[in-house]
Design a protein around this ligand. Structure first.
Ligand SMILES: C[S@@+](CC[C@H](N)C(=O)[O-])C[C@H]1O[C@@H](n2cnc3c(N)ncnc32)[C@H](O)[C@@H]1O
Length: 385
């Protein structure tokens, strides 16, 4: 069912593609697409059995990476890398992000000169991104300004002075700036400076507190992340010897489920995930959880710690899916149950095909983390045959 989109840059901005489709129809479409994909690839699963969880269709994102242009912050025009579409309100971003977006837009218009803005084609200028993050359930707010490291030092210093003045006035609780090279296009950095507060964002998911790093990963829709946590939690019916949270990040899942295992291992290769997961383990008073910082390429180092134990795995890989070493590890350790979380259903199916002689899919649920966009997150419950 077609509707009138709320956003006046709909159709131009590359951010939302589905705003002209009634939300109930978006949900039905996503469910149908996944049903067809599963069945087309030989995984027979009835449509009725595919559950779908959803919450707010607008104002749900806790993070926006806005590109800075002369007319303020914006996102790329659909299909055009070099063109930025500007706005004062993004309908999928949390209200607090929109408030800060308006503050930054006002500041750019008043205080920033054309040559101070990064030119995407020429790769000159300084101000590149403003990344705004918020704790949906805590009210925490953090802005990181991303600057071109290769610009002239004097010009960079001038911009930093302007950011300092902005920092004195903004409602944001935390402000950072950081540097990236002119020939890369990333909006996170290890080279950052804190101007206000600290570099962590605080979020609360149900009854637990989490810190995540301004330059690291966290689920972008905190409300739906809670649904996902409870979906998994309610399906763990017994106690295991080991819960292995593979690609566990800051411990979002492992910490929540820790009561279901004697020991919990959170495994991730990111240094900020390590800092935050250890902090989260401590503030939530968990004593049976260990974070192991290691790349999946070396996952076999964990075999002695894992093999032979009655275990349950929560696996939440990046978009690229599972490296063959992770598949080998699963087949060598054979956990009783796996919850495979995926933001890329095609990859999930490919990975599942590598272990389908040993595991059945007993349940499959979709989580609409990204309403108004084609993206979907899924959780498959796999049980050892
Ligand atoms: C989709 S995120 C999931 C994070 C976590 N489950 C959560 O909910 O916050 C994927 C995680 O995989 C980690 N990762 C990416 N590549 C990796 C690798 N080669 N080895 C180990 N971890 C990796 C990232 O640091 C990130 O935390």
């Amino acid at each position: 069912m077609k509707i009138t989109p709320l956003c006046n840059v709909f159709g131009k901005c590359g951010g939302c593609k589905f705003q002209d489709i009634e939300y109930s129809a978006q949900i039905a479409m996503k469910r149908n697409d996944i049903y067809e994909l599963l069945n087309r690839t030989g995984i027979s699963f009835s449509k009725e059995k595919i559950k779908i969880y959803f919450k707010n269709e607008y104002y749900y994102r806790n993070r926006m990476d806005f590109i800075i242009s002369l007319d303020g912050c914006g996102l790329r025009e659909k299909g055009k890398f070099y063109k930025i579409i500007n706005f004062n309100k993004c309908y999928i971003a949390a209200d607090r992000i929109n408030e800060l977006l308006q503050e930054i837009n006002g500041w750019i218009k008043k205080d920033i000169q054309k040559e101070e803005i990064f030119d995407i084609k020429k790769k000159t200028g300084i101000l590149r991104y403003s990344v705004i993050r918020t704790g949906i359930f805590t009210g925490d707010t953090l802005i990181t300004f991303i600057l071109n490291k290769d610009a002239e030092k004097e010009k960079i210093d001038k911009i930093i002075e302007k950011i300092k003045l902005f920092t004195e006035k903004t409602k944001a609780l935390k402000v950072l700036y950081g540097f990236v090279r002119h020939n890369t296009d990333v909006s996170i950095t290890d080279e950052f400076v804190i101007l206000k507060g600290n570099e962590f964002i605080k979020e609360r998911l149900a009854n637990l507190n989490y810190y995540y790093h301004s330059q690291g990963f966290f689920q972008s829709n905190s409300g739906v992340a809670i649904d996902m946590i409870f979906y998994i939690k309610e399906k763990i019916k017994e106690k295991y010897d080991l819960l292995f949270d593979m690609f566990g990040g800051v411990g979002t899942f492992g910490i929540f489920m820790s009561e279901y295992a004697k020991d919990v291992i959170i495994f991730d290769n990111n240094k900020y995930a390590e800092i935050c997961a250890n902090k989260n383990i401590e503030i939530n008073n968990k004593t049976n959880i260990k974070f192991i910082k290691q790349d999946v390429l070396n996952i076999e180092n964990l075999l002695p710690e894992v093999k032979g134990r009655k275990s349950i795995y929560i696996i939440d890989p990046p978009r690229a899916g599972l490296h063959k070493k992770a598949i080998k590890f699963i087949l060598e350790t054979l956990p009783e149950k796996i919850f495979y979380i995926s933001c890329n259903p095609v990859k999930f199916i490919e990975d599942y095909k590598n272990i389908d002689k040993k595991y059945d899919i007993v349940d499959f649920a979709l989580f609409d983390m990204f309403p108004q966009t084609p993206h979907i997150e899924s959780v498959a419950e796999l049980v050892k045959i």
